[in-house]
Design a protein around this ligand. Sequence first.
Ligand code: ADP
Ligand code: CIR
Length: 355
Amino acid sequence: MCDAAVLEKLEAGFKKLQESDSKSLLKKYLTKEVFDALKTKKTSFGSTLLDCIQSGLENHDSGVGIYAPDAEAYTVFADIFDPIIEDYHGGFKKTDKHPPKNWGDVDTMGNLDPAGEYVISTRVRCGRSMEGYPFNPCLTEAQYIEMMEKVSSTLCGLSGELKGNFYPLKGMTKEVQQKLIDDHFLFKEGDRFLQAANACRYWPEGRGIYHNENKTFLVWCNEEDHLRLISMQMGGDLGQVYRRLVTAVNDVEKRVPFSHNDRLGFLTFCPSNLGTTVRASVHIKLPKLAANKAKLEEVASRFNLQVRGTRGEHTEAEGGVYDISNKRRMGLTEYDAVKEMNDGILEMIKIEKEL
Ligand code: ADP
Ligand code: CIR
């Protein structure tokens, strides 16, 4: 697209966003001043402000509304990324530096619900970007294929509990794909936030999932991020889930070089995932607390937690099952991000018991 057409789209989209009642962080921080300062800038990949914000311009119900088409966008468009990062991650300022990776003493994490009354399942995931490749909107079809081959051959070298197989999305039957999605193992298809961000080109080419036999260790390839490493299982044994993830990440990191930035930590497509990239969650039933959704949200945010629906972000709760996780991922260590979920969930269970 020529620059004049990009500018025209930007101006029209910005006007509509301003007139909307969008609650997104994009709307909150994209002032006229910031917009004017950034609207003609480009990264060396050729990414524009439109490439960063088109998802939020098209989807006014976005929570965040912005993605980095390439790593350089975080610096070139810092005037809009920095305040959004600060807001989302609970005060990570533009002068702050994300701490070095630290998984802490994995043996101190335990079971959130030994009696099995509230927690249905536990999951901890992190994201990684492969060094030498830009993010989704800038990848070529050849790069997608090359990356998936690298990921697949690397993971097939894992052993013990992590040993498994890689399944490309292309060629997978719709039944198998849907069953994996319904069982919460696989990413969904047709996410409109990612589509609008230009993150779904050549789909299903270059996308796939690796998992061990029990589906307790899984890796998503080229959905939102290059890699999502996931450990999950039924019940509330966060300790076991966490130890498995840490073992796996340490192993994979020896085999694949990942993009890391001194200030931002591990680099991801969405600014909400930067830093540790860790989202530790439980599927949980808290019927008394959840009888009042506003109250549930209020209590969760008191403990820096985020509430999602049963099928993940932008979905509704089914059968009273909520996905509750740590919200911030930056400015704290991996251990502390998981501990934040641990401590908050224990408090929420305590409140539920007292109601
Ligand atoms: P993310 O991968 O960023 O964490 P989503 O919110 O889209 O993104 O969730 C991805 C999938 O993981 C969804 O199917 C969701 O239901 C599932 N999931 C998340 N937390 C849990 C959990 N504690 N137990 C089981 N499934 C979970
Ligand atoms: C949105 O803005 O709602 C989507 N682009 C997804 C943002 C990721 N949200 C989050 O809370 N981690």
